[in-house]
Structure formats: structure tokens, C-alpha cells
Design a protein around this ligand. Structure first.
Ligand SMILES: Cc1cc2nc3c(=O)[nH]c(=O)nc-3n(C[C@H](O)[C@H](O)[C@H](O)COP(=O)(O)OP(=O)(O)OC[C@H]3O[C@@H](n4cnc5c(N)ncnc54)[C@H](O)[C@@H]3O)c2cc1C
Length: 407
């Protein structure tokens, strides 16, 4: 496949790279805002008009949507230009994530996150040139749908405990086992797979492998019916003597656990960023609704307990944004932000539940219907406390960095 060079996306990327950074405010620099504005047009025209239909159908057309986003450059904002990316720093990825929060459901945003930010960081950083040509270029272009295969039926929080094996036989790995909860799993063209490639200690026996999803022995067993994120397909997948060339290994054998832990940092920061805009939208829509909804002769909003609560929640969202931007700025400078990323993810998990729960209540019976956005995000945003590690995993990491875990 030829390396891509031209196009609208490249022009936008080079225009943004070329300009000096303007002053940063809550919305980022003028360059960050330009990028967000371009994305907003796509969301309003190509995604939001169809969200209700896709939510009802239980799946959005990933190839179609990713092609549109890929052509515009949004699947490779921080990826090298050599592989079709915009070559911008990670803060632009976060600006994109915040803007994606304008999609009127969580499922599509989550799948875009897997495609642009969760299945590809290790490949970008440690993969061979050949592997990047084969998998990264078409993923950034939106020709391939990517998925990330870490969790298993018996191992979620405890990643070290996964059981899937990839045993070297000649110049191939033979893969057996299975993966659970795989976002875009029924539509994906390839998986960034974590498997045990030896019997050594659990943190040094794992590898990441680019696995094409059309190989014999791969069985997509079922699409999981879920509480929320309904427009994103989530699959359980089994592997039975699947043969993949050893050259599909990402980086070094045995480094998969370490690569995945690094990959998690971007996933967690991205996850926090995608939650901010929905939280603000829900608060605003609750203000609008309670302002016009009269109870006992006055708007619901005029009760002090209501407007004080909304003001408090808005303040919490701003605090979360500040923590996120601090962590991102440190990350862009090359620092280890595991502690701050985990703190932000923990706080985002807690706050998404708090905001959606409080706001839903102020809608009365209407909040209990499927007709309002607040009830969809009440369901979808619960995933912030699960995906990329649960609240308890975040607490364990923070304790480790604070050196307060019992030995
Ligand atoms: C919609 C959806 C999409 C997903 N997409 C993907 C994907 O694309 N790829 C992928 O690999 N995975 C994916 N996941 C999986 C997700 O990462 C896992 O669900 C998550 O890591 C938690 O693992 P688990 O579900 O096995 O929970 P478990 O590990 O069984 O944890 C269950 C609960 O145990 C408790 N717990 C855990 N650890 C501790 C502790 N140290 N102390 C106290 N209590 C604790 C917590 O209450 C926790 O919530 C997805 C999940 C969902 C629901």
C-alpha cells in the first residue's frame, strides 16, 4: 500500500503544525479550536442525525463513519505524517476527544477512541515499519476497523492473569484462547492482541500481536447485549489454532504487558476527555428543562437546592478539566503521568455517575424515558468507571505511586 501524502487532512495538519502556539484557555489554543471546529462540522452532518437510528439498531456502521473521519485526518491526529497522521502532539488528540463528546451517545465516541487511541499507540511507538504500513496506515485512513483484545472472561482488572496463548511454531504463532468485551469486535479487520508468548513471570511473558480478524480459527461468538453504549458492538471472540506470522509481533517478545500499561495512559486520558462535554451538555440541558418546567407555581430551577446543585456539579467538571489538562501537558513534555492519569480517570468515573444521577432526578418522570439525552448518558457514562480499568484499579495505582500499599 502506498504511503499517503496529500489531501485535506494533511493540509489541516500542516497548517496547524506550522503556526506558533497562541494563548491557551479552557478551549485550548486557537489551533486546538480550529481542529475542534472542523470536527464539529462532521459530527453535526455525518453522525448526530443518525445516532438515534444506530442506537436502536444496536450498532453503527464503523467502516462508513471511520472512512469519513479518516479522510478528514481525525483518526491520526497525533500519529506520524509518514503513516498518514497529522503529526500533532497528544494535546490535539485530547481536543478531538473533548469535541467528540458532542456526539449524542457514548458508543460511537468509544469506538473512535479504540480506533484512534487505544489499539494503535504501541504499534506506532514500537511496531516495525512493515507492520505500520500493513495495519497503521489503513487504520488512520479509516479503511480498517481496529479493535483491542486485552480483557478475557476470566481476567479484566487482573490483566496479568490472561490465559490466551500464542505459541511460536516455526515462523508463526499459534493462538488459542478467547477475548471478552471487545469493542467493534464484530466489525473489526484486525485486533491488537495481548497473549502469553511464554511461561515466564506474568509481567514478562506477554506480547502484543497484530492479528487480522479474517484468519481461520477466529470465531466471533456473540454480540453482547448491554445496558448502555448500545450503538457500539461489543463481542466475545474465541481463537482455535489461529496461525499468524511472527513478524506481526509488535516490538519485542515478552514486552507486551509493559507496552499495554503505557498504552493505557493515553486510553485513560482520552476517556476522561470524552466525558467532559457530555457532562456539560447534560448540565445545560437540565438547566434548560428545569427553567421551563413549573412545579408548585415556579420553575424547578428556582429551587435553591436545584440551582446550587447544578452550580456545584459544573464546578466539579471544571476541576476535572483542569486536572486532565495538567496531566496532558506533563505527558506532552514526556513525563510519566500514570498517577495523574489514574486520578483523573477515577474522578471522571465518580463524577459521571454523580452528574448523570443528580440531573436525571431533576427531570422527574421524563428522566426515566428514552426520549431524553440525560437517560442515555446516565447509562453510557457508567462505562467511564469500567473501561480502561475500574475505579478500584485506579485507586490501586494511585496508592502504589503514593507508596501506601501494604507490602
Ligand atoms: C462496553 C465495554 C467495552 C469494553 N471494551 C473493551 C475492549 O475493547 N477491549 C478490552 O480488552 N476490554 C474491553 N472492556 C473490558 C473492560 O476493560 C473490563 O470490563 C474492565 O477492565 C474490568 O474488568 P472486569 O469486567 O473483568 O471486572 P473485574 O476485574 O471482574 O472487576 C469487577 C469488580 O471487582 C472490583 N475490584 C476489582 N479490583 C479490585 C480491587 N483491587 N479492590 C477492590 N475491588 C476490586 C471492582 O468493583 C470491579 O468493578 C470493555 C468493557 C465494556 C463493559
Amino acid at each position: 500500500m502506498a504511503l499517503r501524502g496529500g489531501g485535506r487532512w494533511a493540509r489541516l495538519g500542516s497548517a496547524l503544525r506550522g503556526r506558533s502556539s497562541g494563548p491557551r484557555d479552557a478551549g485550548g489554543t486557537p489551533q486546538h479550536r480550529d481542529l475542534r471546529e472542523a470536527l464539529r462540522k462532521i459530527i453535526d452532518k455525518e453522525i448526530n442525525p443518525f445516532v438515534d437510528k444506530w442506537e436502536e439498531e444496536g450498532q453503527f456502521p464503523a467502516h462508513k463513519v471511520f472512512k469519513i473521519l479518516g479522510q478528514a485526518g481525525f483518526l491520526g491526529v497525533d500519529k506520524p505524517t509518514e503513516y498518514g497522521g497529522m503529526g500533532l502532539d497528544f494535546s490535539y488528540n485530547i481536543a478531538v476527544a473533548e469535541e467528540l463528546g458532542n456526539i449524542r451517545c457514548g458508543g460511537i465516541t468509544m469506538a473512535i477512541g479504540v480506533q484512534a487511541g487505544m489499539a494503535t499507540p504501541a504499534l506506532t511507538r514500537f511496531g516495525s515499519h512493515e507492520l505500520k504500513k500493513q495495519f497503521l496506515i489503513p487504520t488512520i485512513a479509516g479503511d480498517f476497523v481496529a479493535c483491542l483484545g486485552i480483557s478475557e472472561a476470566g481476567a479484566g482488572s487482573d490483566v496479568a492473569n490472561i490465559k490466551t496463548t500464542a505459541v511460536r511454531k516455526g515462523d508463526e504463532y499459534v493462538i488459542n484462547g478467547g477475548k471478552m468485551w471487545i469493542t467493534s469486535g464484530t466489525q473489526a479487520d484486525w485486533m491488537c492482541l495481548l497473549a502469553n508468548t511464554s511461561e515466564g513471570p506474568p509481567h514478562r511473558n506477554k506480547s502484543l500481536i497484530c492479528l487480522p480478524m479474517n484468519l481461520p480459527g477466529i470465531h466471533v461468538a456473540r454480540k453482547i447485549d448491554k445496558l448502555g453504549m448500545r450503538s457500539s458492538d461489543t463481542a466475545q471472540i474465541f481463537f482455535e489454532d489461529v496461525r499468524v506470522p511472527c513478524k506481526n509481533l509488535i516490538g519485542e517478545e515478552g514486552k507486551g504487558f509493559t507496552y499495554q500499561m503505557l498504552q493505557f495512559q493515553e486510553e485513560r486520558l482520552w476517556g476522561v476527555a470524552t466525558a467532559l462535554t457530555p457532562l456539560e451538555t447534560i448540565i445545560q440541558e437540565t438547566i434548560d428543562y428545569t427553567r421551563q418546567r413549573e412545579v408548585f407555581g415556579q420553575p424547578v430551577l428556582h429551587n435553591q437546592t436545584v440551582h446550587f446543585r447544578l452550580a456545584e456539579l459544573a464546578t466539579e467538571v471544571e476541576l476535572l478539566r483542569s486536572l486532565l489538562h495538567r496531566a496532558v501537558a506533563l505527558y506532552v513534555e514526556g513525563n510519566d503521568v500514570t498517577k495523574f492519569a489514574s486520578m483523573a480517570k477515577l474522578k471522571a468515573g465518580r463524577l459521571t455517575r454523580e452528574v448523570t444521577d443528580s440531573c436525571l432526578q431533576f427531570w422527574g418522570g421524563m428522566g426515566f424515558t428514552s426520549e431524553v439525552l440525560v437517560s442515555r448518558f446516565y447509562r453510557d457514562l457508567r462505562l467511564v468507571s469500567i473501561g480502561g480499568g475500574t475505579d478500584e484499579t485506579m485507586l490501586s495505582i494511585i496508592c502504589k505511586y503514593m507508596e501506601i500499599l501494604p507490602r
